[in-house]
Ligand binder design. Structure first.
Ligand SMILES: [Mn+2]
Length: 331
C-alpha cells in the first residue's frame, strides 16, 4: 500500500495532541464522514478528547452508522485545542462556511493539519497531506493507518473506511488506480469491514417515495449539445420526504448513459432571495475530450475534481430561461 512522505510528521502531531477538533466539509458525504469518524475513533481509543464539526447535521441516509450523532454544527472557539484536523475539505472558506469565515485569524494561529484528495485544495494548514491522485480522503487515511497504526485497526474503523468505497468509488466504478483502490479494499475487508451492512443500508433501503422521486428526475433528463441534465426544485425534496443526498443518486443513473460530455444535476432554490441554483457536475474519467468539470465549476466559483464538481450561481426571475442559459454555459 502507498506510503505518504508526511506520515511520520502526522503521527508525531497526533501523538503530541490531546484535545483535538476534527472538521469535515459541508454536506458531509461518505468520504468526509468516514475519514472524520475513523481518525476520531482511532484517537478516542487512545483516550484523547475528540470533537467533530461540520456545517449541518449529516444526511439521515447515514443514520445506521454509529458516530454520525457525534458531529456538532457550532464550533466552540474558546477551549484550548492542541490540534485542528481538516479532512476531505479543499477550501475552508467555501466548505466550512460560518465556522471559518470571520475566524481566519483564529485558525491561522492554531496548529492545523489537512488530509485531502482534491486537486483544488488550497493547502491552508500548517501540515498538508494532499494527494490528488487518490479518489477519496478515506483511501489516504486507510493507507496512513496501515503504515502508522497497523495494530489499531478494528471492525468499526475498517467499516467507516470501507464506506467511501460505496460512495466515492460508485461501488468500484470510478477508481483512478484500481490496483491501489482494490488493495485498500482488501486490507479493510481482511480487517472485518462490514460490507454487508453498508450495502443493505445504503443501497437496499430506499423508501417508496424516493424511488418515485428518482422516476420524476429521470423523466426530466434532457440533452442540450454535450450536456445531459435533469433538475428539481428544492421544495420537491420535502414533498417527496427525501434529502439531497438521496436525490443525488440520480447522478449514478444518468452516468449510465453512453455520453462523453457533461452530466449535471441542477437544484433550483427559487424561494430564496436572490434565487439561485446549485449544480453537481460529473464527467466520465475515460471521456474522450478529457472534460474537466472542476474547470467548468470554477468559472462559477465552484470546486471539485476532474470527474465530479459542484457550483452555486444566482438565477433570474424567468426560471426556464435561466435554466437553459445556465446549461448553455456548461457546454
Ligand atoms: Mn472526498
Amino acid at each position: 500500500m502507498k506510503k505518504h512522505p508526511q506520515a511520520q510528521q502526522i503521527k508525531t502531531l497526533l501523538e503530541q495532541a490531546n484535545k483535538i477538533a476534527i472538521f469535515g466539509h459541508r454536506n458531509v458525504d461518505g468520504d468526509a464522514l468516514g475519514s472524520c469518524l475513523w481518525l476520531g475513533q482511532l484517537l478516542e481509543n487512545q483516550w484523547k478528547d475528540i470533537s467533530y464539526y461540520t456545517t449541518e447535521q449529516p444526511s439521515s441516509s447515514f443514520d445506521f452508522l454509529d458516530g454520525t450523532q457525534k458531529f456538532k454544527t457550532k464550533f466552540d472557539y474558546h477551549p484550548h485545542y492542541d490540534l485542528l484536523v481538516f479532512l476531505d475539505t479543499a477550501n475552508p472558506t467555501q466548505l466550512l462556511a460560518d465556522i471559518w469565515v470571520w475566524h481566519e485569524r483564529y485558525f491561522n494561529d492554531m496548529p492545523t493539519l489537512v488530509i485531502d484528495h482534491h486537486i483544488s485544495n488550497t493547502r491552508y494548514a500548517d501540515t498538508n497531506l494532499v494527494d490528488d491522485s487518490s479518489i477519496a480522503a478515506c483511501e489516504i487515511v486507510a493507507e496512513l493507518i496501515h503504515d502508522l497504526y497497523p495494530e489499531e485497526i478494528d471492525e468499526l474503523i475498517a467499516t467507516y473506511l470501507f464506506l467511501w468505497l460505496s460512495t466515492d468509488s460508485g461501488h468500484f466504478v470510478y477508481e483512478r488506480d484500481s490496483a491501489r483502490t482494490f488493495g485498500v479494499a482488501t486490507y479493510l475487508l481482511s480487517h472485518w469491514a462490514d460490507k454487508r451492512s453498508i450495502v443493505s443500508n445504503l443501497y437496499r433501503a430506499a423508501s417508496y417515495k424516493s424511488i418515485k422521486f428518482i422516476w420524476v428526475l429521470t423523466d426530466r433528463i434532457t440533452k442540450i449539445n454535450n450536456v445531459i441534465y435533469t433538475y428539481y426544485r428544492h421544495e420537491e425534496l420535502e414533498e417527496y420526504g427525501i434529502d439531497k443526498e438521496k436525490a443525488d443518486s440520480i447522478l449514478g443513473i444518468m452516468t449510465r448513459i453512453a455520453h462523453d460530455g457533461v452530466f449535471a444535476l441542477i437544484k433550483i432554490h427559487d424561494h430564496e432571495s436572490p434565487p439561485f441554483l446549485k449544480a453537481s457536475l460529473r464527467s466520465k474519467s475515460g471521456s474522450k475530450p478529457g472534460i474537466d468539470v472542476s474547470e467548468i465549476a470554477s468559472r462559477f466559483g465552484g470546486w471539485g475534481h476532474k470527474a465530479a464538481a459542484g457550483l452555486k450561481t444566482e438565477i433570474g426571475d424567468d426560471r426556464e430561461q435561466s435554466l437553459e442559459e445556465f446549461v448553455g454555459k456548461l457546454g
